[in-house]
Design a protein around this ligand. Structure first.
Ligand code: AHR
Length: 502
């Protein structure tokens, strides 16, 4: 198969937003306990944080981490998670039918975030709680001192404020499964009043209103419109959540998941801009795609919830294969392509629970297949995002009709910005055929390829396991040479590709 695309600095979408490469740590399963935190583990540091996991988090290139949920946050009392660990209460976590010991809490998270070099993004409980508790937490976390809450933080060991800039006003409040679930009008009012009050403390906070928990929710679209009519002036972002899986053996549709993400983003942008027009506002609401990933949700939904309220049980520890990694790569391309409006995103989640990083209690940690496209995009997507307008053959899918076999986006960081590097990210979705991709580089005279990295394998179901953790990783491929401003690279079937030029 043959495809082509054109890379030109004139086709600029927006700058790459560092927050596109966020992730998510929820008190769920083993994401926190025996994931990022495991006192007694041979690799644990003086704070009980796993050094091996921290190293992988840094290698992954994660920028922002949303915390502490997720569904968990809608029953969370943040005060439980601070102060001497021995005094912290143990609670039932209704979201995941688990027991929460609160051994890891706000201070431990702030310490972990500092060591991981990530920006914390805090989610508030607007399920069972409201405006006052949000204000208390904000004062505890961010006020320098001299008030009861801020002095309590200092007493608990943190002299300096945590300085959290980005706050999620609740989580998935449209979902009937959510503790304290609300109608759009109820939630919109609460989000507006919470945001208004928080901004009385700090007008520069960045606030995220809950959008729909998926585009298949019956209230999708109407929910965003109602919430934004109520809270437009008080928020900066509306959230999007989407999880993809291969259903009924339909690999062709699954590989085209980015088509769904494109449509989701464009619908939410249209809805937000409709409310902007209706309210006659200048400001635009951007999208925080703060939960996205491959998740074999249908397998999970058939599982019974534990009845014995375990502590940190194994929950949705999905093992990702080659096809999953290529889908994750496609979703990253979709997010980058929409960098003008998707200005934050979180791969959900970070460790063990539907995660790019896995760890065993007392044992090793390793990279899942999906780790690689994320890490490569986080490292190499810099400067400006460029549309590349691919021309490619199509294939028929059950869910999306005709879909191009190739999807791609480029980024360019100029010499003036210190690097002078052009990177093309591309996926071949065809299941059996190579794609010979011709890159038109005439707008970048003098650029030569430095690397073509490929993640692919004849066995699309191959995974990385504790016994074979390096089975799937990107490998170098032939780069060829630029002739008359054109470079041709070969993309194997079901592959994620990074072509770098300088
Ligand atoms: O990431 C797992 C769960 O998925 C989150 O807790 C929830 O927000 C979403 O439904």
């Amino acid at each position: 198969l043959h495809a082509s695309l054109t890379v030109d600095p004139a086709f600029r979408v927006a700058d790459v937003n560092p927050r596109t490469f966020g992730s998510f740590v929820e008190h769920m399963g083993r994401c926190v306990y025996t994931g990022i935190y495991e006192p007694g583990h041979p690799q644990a540091d003086e704070d009980g944080l796993r050094r091996d996991v921290l190293e992988l988090v840094r290698e992954l290139g994660v920028t922002t981490v949303r915390y502490p949920g997720g569904n968990f946050v809608s029953g969370f009392r943040w005060e439980d998670s601070v102060g001497p660990v021995a005094d912290r209460p143990t609670r039932l976590d209704l979201a995941w039918h688990s027991t929460e010991t609160n051994a890891f809490g706000l201070h431990e998270f702030a310490t972990w975030a500092r060591k991981a070099g990530v920006e914390p993004m805090m989610a508030l409980n607007l399920g069972t709680r409201g405006v006052q508790e949000a204000l208390d937490l904000l004062e505890y976390a961010n006020h320098p001192g001299g008030t009861t809450w801020s002095d309590q933080r200092i007493k608990n060991g943190a002299q300096d404020p945590f300085g959290i800039r980005m706050w999620c006003l609740g989580n998935e409040m449209d979902g009937p499964w959510q503790t304290g679930h609300k109608t759009a009008a109820e939630y919109g009012r609460l989000a507006a009043e919470t945001g208004r009050a928080m901004r009385m403390i700090d007008p520069d906070l960045e606030l995220v209103a809950c959008g729909s928990s998926s585009s298949s929710m019956p209230t999708f679209g109407a929910w965003e419109a109602t919430v934004l009519e109520e809270a437009y002036d008080q928020v900066d972002y509306i959230s999007c959540h989407a999880y993809y899986e291969e259903l009924d053996g339909d690999l062709g549709s699954f590989l085209a998941s980015a088509v769904d993400m494109d449509g989701f983003v464009e619908s939410v942008v249209a809805t937000a801009d409709h409310i902007r027009a209706k309210l006659r506002r200048k400001k635009r609401i951007n999208l925080s795609f703060d939960e996205w990933n491959v998740w074999y949700l249908s397998r999970f939904e058939n599982q019974e919830k534990p009845t014995d309220w375990p502590v940190a049980p194994r929950v949705i520890e999905d093992e990702y294969n080659v096809a999953d990694a290529v889908v994750v790569g496609g979703l990253l391309i979709s997010l980058l392509r929409h960098s003008d409006r998707v200005t934050a995103a979180c791969l959900a989640q970070l460790v063990n629970v539907i995660a790019p990083i896995r760890s065993e209690p007392g044992g090793p940690s390793w990279r899942q297949t999906t780790f690689h496209p994320f890490a490569q995009a986080a490292r190499h997507a810099r400067g400006a995002v460029l549309r590349v307008e691919p021309v490619a053959p199509v294939y028929e899918t059950a869910r999306f009709g005709e879909v191009p076999v190739l999807d791609a986006v480029a980024t360019h960081v100029s010499e003036a910005e210190g690097a002078d590097e052009l990177t093309v990210f591309a996926v071949n979705r065809h299941q059996t055929e190579d794609v010979e991709l011709a890159l038109d580089l005439r707008a970048f005279p003098g650029y030569a390829p430095v690397e073509h990295s490929v993640l692919a394998d004849p066995d699309l179901r191959a995974t990385n396991t504790v016994h074979d953790p390096e089975r799937i990783r990107p490998r170098g491929a032939d780069t060829g040479a630029v002739t008359d401003g054109r470079l041709t690279v070969s993309l194997p079937p079901v592959s994620w590709n990074v072509v770098r030029l300088r």
